[in-house]
Design a binder for this molecule. Structure first.
Ligand code: NAP
Length: 497
């Protein structure tokens, strides 16, 4: 390990990075480690180089079922634990994750590729779901009412759902797990997690740390697999499973929903996005460019909340495009462990191909490249930060989730036309609006069909806020006071005294 990397990362992270070499991880079931029942292994690569950095065991459908049975046994006792005690376990998880920030961040960089500062930010965000839900765990409320007829009392309470399957994406290897896991545990559930095959290392280390923090055996099981369809098909039919919580693409979400319907399972779906980023002529352009860089580029431009289309009022379109291009051209691209890098590689070769094809098609259709527009000539999956001007409304790059460092700019002259463009998508996760006129900003925000709006803000994720989408961007919410109730049933008892 070079001295530069050691000085950037500190001793804990340097040790973590060294440990990765040749690492092999097993499945985590019932608080212990075991191989997959058919001995399969999954290779994990570093997207900055394409080199294989570790292997993990690949679970079979039989392993998924074993994990569900372990979860079923553990959940029965956990549901009887007092809320305060569950809350204290969650708080201990928060403290443990925070204490391991450097190590977890290094793991995230290694298997995902995002810059270290983003990875550290992710660990803080991921840990915070435990602190927030430790507080929510002791505040799960019921209701008591008198029936209108006066005949009886209506007593409502919220028991846990039971065993929950959690399937998560690679773009936030830690936070997309903890955003579900913390409220699920707080409410009294047990879980079986299928992490993404590209980033299973963080998930397995998380499980180990949570166990050290006091989470009882069997409550959190992590079973990576190379055969996710067969894994899910088996697990979803386990009689103890009562809920599926998924974060990932809308395409896969649809498949999982169809199958969950066979057993009428409760579901939470956090799916894809296609966020419009609206800039009015009266916006503070410095703030708009700064917000655009945050909304577009954090976590190597691979976030579901990423600004996907820049809708800019014609009077400032040229100036905004030029300033954004200047900021994008100044971004240092490289491995997440390199000093000064603020944009890492894309996750894999197909993602690089997709981004490259979208840009080429937009340029062929008449868009002009203000900066970037090419892959980087180095190993790994790198694409240059790119701004495209004069993009035709409705073109493929404005319809598909880009998931890469490309900002297409479309200009508009009329507010109603802009709202139609913003809403001309089946997605509805996030939107952004920049204007100095707050009442106009609020009115426009209300007209954008998205679950979350950043009004003069490029960042909006917060454990205390309801995260989730409208339309085909999802069902249900994570975070806020709503998040924990997603993992609860509602029972009503009619009684009188
Ligand atoms: P993805 O392809 O949908 O995969 C997500 C997870 O589903 C992975 O663990 C994957 O496993 C698994 N999976 C795929 N096919 C499956 C099947 N037939 N049965 C069971 N599991 C299956 O998504 P991704 O590429 O990892 O992540 C990017 C997407 O996630 C983007 O669309 C992004 O917008 C969305 N996302 C949404 C949010 C949100 O909160 N709304 C947050 C983050 C990301 P394998 O890895 O083994 O294929």
């Amino acid at each position: 390990m070079s001295d530069t990397i050691r000085s950037v990362f500190g001793a804990a992270a340097a040790t973590a990075r060294r440990r990765l070499a040749g690492m092999y991880r097993q499945l985590f079931i019932n608080g212990g480690w075991r191989d997959g029942s058919d001995g399969a292994r999954i290779e994990v690569d570093d997207p900055a180089t394409g080199d294989i950095i570790a292997e993990v065991a690949g679970g079979t459908p039989a392993d998924a079922l074993a994990a569900c049975s372990a979860a079923e046994r553990a959940q029965k006792s956990w549901a009887k634990v007092a809320p305060r005690e569950r809350s204290e376990v969650l708080r201990s998880c928060w403290q443990t994750l925070v204490a391991h920030t450097d190590e977890l961040a290094t793991l995230i960089v290694s298997e995902h590729g995002k810059p270290l500062a983003d990875a550290k930010g992710e660990v803080t965000y991921a840990a915070e779901f435990f602190r927030w839900n430790a507080e929510e765990t002791v505040r799960i409320r019921g209701e008591l009412a008198i029936a209108p007829s006066g005949a009886n009392r209506i007593l409502v309470h919220h028991p846990p759902v039971g065993v929950v399957l959690m399937i998560t994406p690679w773009n936030f290897p830690a936070a997309m797990i903890t955003r579900k896991l913390a409220p699920a545990l707080g409410a009294g559930n047990a879980v079986v997690i299928k992490p993404p095959s590209q980033t299973p290392l963080t998930a397995l280390r998380l499980a180990e740390l949570l166990s050290e923090a006091g989470v009882p055996d069997g409550l959190v099981n992590v079973v990576p697999t190379k055969t996710s369809g067969a894994w899910y098909d088996a697990a979803v039919d386990h009689q103890a499973v009562r809920m599926v919580s998924f974060t990932g693409s809308t395409e896969v979400g649809r498949v999982l929903l169809r199958r969950a319907a066979d057993r009428v399972l409760k579901t939470v779906m956090e799916l894809g996005g296609n966020a419009p980023f609206v800039v009015f002529a009266d916006a503070d352009l410095d703030a708009a460019v700064e917000g655009a860089m945050v909304a577009k580029m954090r976590h190597s431009a691979e976030t579901c909340t990423a600004a996907n289309r820049f809708l800019v009022e014609a009077a400032v379109a040229d100036e905004f495009t030029a300033r954004l291009a200047e900021a994008m051209a100044a971004v240092r691209v490289g491995g997440g462990l390199e000093v000064g890098v603020s944009c890492g590689p894309l996750i894999d070769a197909p993602s690089l191909e997709k981004v490259s094809n979208l840009v080429d098609a937009a340029v062929s259709a008449g868009a002009t490249v203000a900066t970037g527009g090419t892959r980087l000539d180095r190993s790994g999956y790198f694409y240059a930060p790119t701004v495209l001007a004069g993009v035709a409304p409705g073109s493929p790059i404005t319809r598909e989730e880009i998931f890469g460092p490309v900002a297409p700019v479309v200009s508009f002259t009329d507010v109603d036309q802009m709202i139609d463009l913003a809403n001309d998508t089946e997605m509805g996760l996030t939107g952004y609006v920049y204007t100095r006129d707050l009442s106009k900003g609020l009115a426009v925000s209300e007209r954008i069909q998205a679950g979350m709006i950043g009004l003069n803000r490029g960042a909006l994720s917060d454990p205390a806020a309801p995260f989730g989408g409208m339309k085909q961007s999802g069902l249900g919410r994570e975070g806020s006071t709503e998040g924990i109730y997603e993992f609860c049933e509602t029972q009503y008892i009619a009684t009188s005294w």
